[in-house]
Write a protein that binds this ligand. Structure first.
Ligand SMILES: CC(C)(COP(=O)(O)OP(=O)(O)OC[C@H]1O[C@@H](n2cnc3c(N)ncnc32)[C@H](O)[C@@H]1OP(=O)(O)O)[C@@H](O)C(=O)NCCC(=O)NCCS
Length: 219
């Protein structure tokens, strides 16, 4: 299936969501205790997955800018606002303190896909993490790269018991990404109308969430 019309969604970090966005359509699903039961990530031959480090900054930033250009409705960040930031500046984004997050990449002979997970910084939101920036080059899609990145991000959260909730946003028309997130256990918990304006068109967001380590709500 072609991905052009499906390439809309969002992967950027949101550090706050306005009240009223969450409609209570559904409670977030719980992350399975074991990923063994979850569909395993099968990458096509010739592709490999690993966590990026600051040494990957140039490739990371090149691919990130390509994604912002190729799939503008998929991300809250814009190419126009991002293009002048030097790759050296982005190395900081790949240098996470332990437990604060990671960026995962899929490689062929070069970086072809990426996605990140960042833990919220504010004291009252430390139990939450956001998945952002999931992107795979068009020629490498539907070969398991997106799933492999997501599984590695979720594995990172699974072994960190202080990450209780994992959130993300996705453009409502991005059926490929939504199907992947739902398949991995995310539930749609809200709908934000006209969340993005890109080239004169408006795009709605779905807010999606998953309970990573269940705790009672008054804990
Ligand atoms: C969304 C995206 C990351 C998926 O990456 P990918 O490497 O093609 O994904 P995978 O090959 O791992 O497929 C994983 C699952 O995604 C779903 N999926 C992927 N492409 C799909 C398509 N064209 N139509 C429907 N579902 C699709 C399927 O559920 C698939 O599982 P399956 O192979 O068992 O059916 C990729 O299409 C992309 O980069 N799109 C542009 C940027 C974007 O939209 N990012 C998401 C921001 S929220």
């Amino acid at each position: 299936m072609g991905t052009g019309k499906l390439a809309a969604g969002l992967g950027d970090v949101r550090l706050g969501v306005k009240s009223g966005v969450f409609s209570g359509e559904a409670l977030p699903k719980k992350l399975p205790l074991s990923f063994a039961a979850m569909k395993s990530a099968t990458l096509s031959p010739g592709l490999s997955v690993r966590t990026l480090t600051p040494e990957d900054a140039v490739e990371y930033w090149t691919l990130r800018l390509m994604g912002l250009q190729e799939s503008p409705a998929a991300f809250g960040s814009s190419y126009e606002e991002s293009k002048d930031s030097p790759a050296a500046e982005q190395a900081k984004r790949l240098a996470f303190a332990p437990g604060e997050g990671l960026v995962v990449g899929v490689f062929s002979d070069h970086l072809v896909g990426l996605g990140g997970l960042s833990r919220c910084e504010r004291l009252k939101e430390r139990h939450k993490a956001w998945i952002w920036g999931l992107y795979v080059l068009p020629d490498f899609r539907q070969r398991g790269a997106g799933r492999a990145i997501m599984v590695q991000l979720l594995d990172y959260a699974r072994v960190n018991p202080t990450i209780v909730m994992i959130n993300l946003t996705v453009t409502t028309t991005n059926l490929a990404a939504k199907r992947l997130y739902e398949d991995l256990g995310f539930s749609t918990i809200g709908h934000e109308p006209k969340a993005l304006q890109v080239g004169g068109a408006y795009y709605d967001w779905n807010h999606m969430s998953m309970e990573c380590h269940p705790v009672s709500s008054d804990t």
